[in-house]
Write a protein that binds this ligand. Structure first.
Ligand code: NAD
Ligand code: UD1
Length: 352
């Protein structure tokens, strides 16, 4: 019996595949490389010394998905595959709704046809929108504020409806806070396309000299130093959270949402300081206007995951920064080993 991992070549998926293989699970990965590189699969093999079956199939290709289920005995699915850029989702909403929602509908239909009803889904803290208070718990009203977030919220609703139509389903909706860090080997990590939108990849690219300086989006939030606060979680802790959730869906029936976060918030300036400390590099930065649509302070109440999944995040902020830095310094161009790029002072990448 095997597990199907959609989006397993991506950032969180690849780390989860490593933990699954190390724990002795048999896995089948499906990815269309729309936001990842085949090299990440080689690295998973290198870290674990184990092999797995891979399909280069788009979730929009339902026939392709069906053949995976015919050719393999799938027991449960971890569903990471999806597009995840907020800004892009505002510009290209149809692409996001089609890829994320239709992809999930195809997956669930094929699962149902094959009697596979155990699913761990990658949701996001973005479903909470701008919360009234912190820490955020799973009972808070949902209110995603952009098309990407709405795909996650809609999929959560679709999956709840699915369970209510057939109580044999068992579904965990994992609401990730802010995943950062990388595997200790420095062989896999986050490899964003183009200019990173998220804080940590941007900081590490400044540290390694690929970007000139960091723009700090606003310093007038009601936080310790005025900059935005987030609940950063080590990607390996997150990966382990998936294994705990998998055990739960294999043992019980139902649909449940879980926050995967640490419960601790760090500001942008605190993240810069921590990264400077572990990297020994200065991160030049300047305060600019807040990013449109940004929220001020966001961190999880992770108690439900502790009580019901037996999971907590162990890795602290220094380890998150150290592991991000090791990945960045070992792979300055991500998985693209031979790219020869430099950065000008207005953040334009040039080939040299
Ligand atoms: P990622 O882009 O690195 O990985 C997603 C993978 O899915 C990529 O390898 C991509 O090629 C693949 N994919 C996308 N659409 C596909 C399709 N139609 N068919 C087949 N493969 C497809 O992203 P990630 O950071 O690893 O995130 C994984 C999941 O977690 C996503 O669903 C994302 O929305 C969610 N999430 C991520 C974060 C984060 O900060 N990284 C936070 C909350 C939720
Ligand atoms: C972003 C996404 C969110 C997604 C989450 C995790 C947006 C608007 N939201 O949220 O949907 O679930 O990532 O992937 O993109 N910051 C800077 N300078 C930068 C980048 C970020 O100051 O160059 C600040 C932000 O204002 C924020 C913090 O750093 O206060 C974290 O930002 P980011 O990493 O983008 O995560 P989120 O804003 O939580």
């Amino acid at each position: 019996m095997g597990l199907l991992i959609t989006g397993g070549a991506g950032y969180i998926g690849s780390h989860t595949c490593v933990e699954l293989l190390n724990a002795g699970y048999h896995i089948v990965i499906v990815d269309n490389f729309s936001n990842s590189k085949p090299e990440s699969l080689n690295r998973i093999r290198r870290i674990t010394g184990k092999d797995f079956t891979f399909y280069n199939v788009d979730l929009l290709d339902k026939d392709g998905l069906e053949s995976i289920f015919y050719e393999n005995e799938i027991e449960a699915v971890m569903h990471f595959a999806g597009l995840k850029s907020v800004g892009e989702s505002v510009a290209l909403p149809l692409r996001y709704y089609l890829n994320n929602i239709t992809g999930t509908l195809n997956l669930c239909e094929v699962m149902k046809e094959h009697g596979v009803k155990q699913l761990v889904f990658s949701s996001s803290a973005t479903v909470y929108g701008n919360p009234d208070s912190v820490p955020i718990d799973e009972g808070f009203t949902l209110g995603a504020t952009n098309p990407y977030g709405r795909t996650k919220q809609m999929i959560e609703e679709i999956l709840s409806d699915l369970f209510h139509s057939d109580n044999e389903w068992s579904i965990a909706l994992l609401r990730y806070f802010n995943p950062i860090g990388a595997h200790k080997s420095g062989l896999i990590g986050e490899d964003p396309n183009g200019i990173p939108n998220n804080l940590m990849p941007f900081i590490s690219q400044v540290a390694v000299g690929k970007r000139y300086e960091l723009n700090v989006f606003g310093d007038n939030y009601p936080s310790r130093d005025g900059t935005g606060v987030r609940d950063y979680i080590h990607v390996v802790d997150l990966a382990i959270g998936h294994i705990k959730a998998l055990k739960k869906v294999l043992e019980t029936k139902g649909v449940d949402a879980y926050n995967l976060g640490t419960g601790i918030g760090y500001s942008v300036l605190e993240m810069i300081k921590n990264f400077e400390k572990v990297s020994g590099r200065k991160i030049p930065c300047k305060i600019v206007d807040p990013r449109p649509g940004d929220i001020g302070i966001c961190y999880a109440n992770p108690v439900k995951a502790k009580e019901e999944l037996g999971w907590i995040a162990y890795r602290g902020i220094e380890e998150m920064c150290e592991d991000t830095w090791r990945w960045q310094i070992n792979n300055p161009n991500g998985y693209e080993e031979h790219a020869n790029l430099t950065i000008t002072n207005n953040n334009i990448i040039q080939e040299v």
